[in-house]
Design a protein around this ligand. Sequence first.
Ligand code: ZN
Length: 152
Amino acid sequence: MAMQDTTTKKTPLVRSIFSTQGRSGRGPIMHEMALMRNVVDTVLDFAEQVHATEVKTIHLTIGFNRDIVEKYLDSMFAFLARGTIAEHAELIVRRTPCMVKCNQCGRVFHIDVYDSTTWICPQCKAARDYKLHSGMEFVINNIEVTLPQMAG
Ligand SMILES: [Zn+2]
C-alpha cells in the first residue's frame, strides 16, 4: 500500500499556526494507526461486554486540529478489525471546528485554519494572537451493534 506524502500536504500549515502543539517524532501514519488501534480495541471491548454479534457503526468525533488524514482511517480500521466482529463496521467521522482564545481580550472564537481572514479576533481585532481552545478531541461517541435475539 502506498501511504505516502502527497496527501499529507495540509498538515504542516495546521502545525505552523499552533506551533506550541507537541508532537511525537513518529510520522503521521503511525500516529493514525495508533489512534485507530485504540478505537478498535475499545469497540471490541464494548462489543464483548454487551455480547454483540456484529458491530454496525462507529461514530467518532475528531477535533479539527488533530493531525488526522481522514482518508486513511477507513482502510486502517478495516486492516485492524479484520477477522473480528467489527470488520464490516462503518466509520462515521465528525470533525469539530477549531476554536481559539484571544490572548488580548479572552474572546473564544472559531477559525478556519485554511483561511487567514478568520485569524483575527472579532472583538478586539488582534491578528493571530490566540491560543488553541479546543479542536483536539478524539472521542468515540457511539457504537451501534447487533445483539443476539432475546428470547420472548
Ligand atoms: Zn481579542
